[in-house]
Design a binder for this molecule. Sequence first.
Ligand code: SF4
Length: 352
Amino acid sequence: MPGVVERVLLAEPRGFCAGVEMAIKALTWMTRVFPPPVYCYHQIVHNASVVAVFEAAGVVFVDDVAAVPPGTPVMLSAHGSAPGVAEAAAPRASVVVDAVCPLVTKVHHEVRRMAAEGYQILYVGHAGHDEAVGTIAEAPGSVTLVDPQAGLGGFAPADPNRVALLAQTTLGHHEWEEVLHEASGRFANLWTARKSDLCYATTNRQAAVEAVAARAGVVLVVGSETSSNTRALVRVAQAAGAAAHRIDGPESIDPSWLAGVQLVGVTAGASAPEGSVSRVVGRLAPRDGVEVVGAGGEAEYFPPPPQLRSLLLALQSAVEGAFGACQPGRPGPLDDDRSWGAARALELLAAG
Ligand code: SF4
């Protein structure tokens, strides 16, 4: 296969978003502060290779906090958890750190607020996805899950003037726009977030893959099957006219996809490491090199979860106090958090 394609069109932005960066770094801190095992409720991010690195470092992923042995530390995943999960974890875990992405938290707030104001909420998302499950659990009696492929169906609210439309952050933008169009047509006073709930990372990666798909014969999207935003990138690329395939890495590429193709697009879901992308490009070995296509990089940054900041501050104070070296205002271990990234965290974990 090497050398069979002319050029790779590499989407920019692609791969890790600010929420994934924050979550991976936070769980890495947990593995450094606590002896194994550290527990994590749900996969920290939906990527098999990232999860495997953490498992090798002693992290145990569970789908039920009842499986966490009493007195052990727990992290809650980036996708956001139902309120009952944190409540159940608090009395049994030694420490609970919630690595939920702030942009998922924003949707949780919207659900609570609109439910409190008496709205019936249409939530566009994928049944069973961790983010959807956690968000709906904020007000289950007020929320109706809308499958983006099926639309509103026979939804009949008690008051058509009090209907809100919210969404999973990682939807394909066409899916969101179709449901928004249908709901706006049916409910004149529909409430929805001023900017849609689709997050910046979803929006930017889909715009970049559309630009790639407009030129490429085939688009390869690096990411796991469980990753909602990865699967959305595949659908968006297909809607833009390209053949598109999700791949875990270079080993997933079917050579028949590349037959007669000169330009191959490559992108990655928000939880896929750049190392996987590099291996894919390396396997393609384009004769004419790589062209970056899209709107460029992103500057978003999310700080570590507050519980982790408090924990590390307490540890720093304890150590400094023990050595009589406490200097108020001295920089702590998280003060230069912007200076390293999740890719570095994964390297450190892999090195042991
Ligand atoms: Fe947050 Fe969006 Fe990344 Fe999900 S994809 S973790 S909502 S920034």
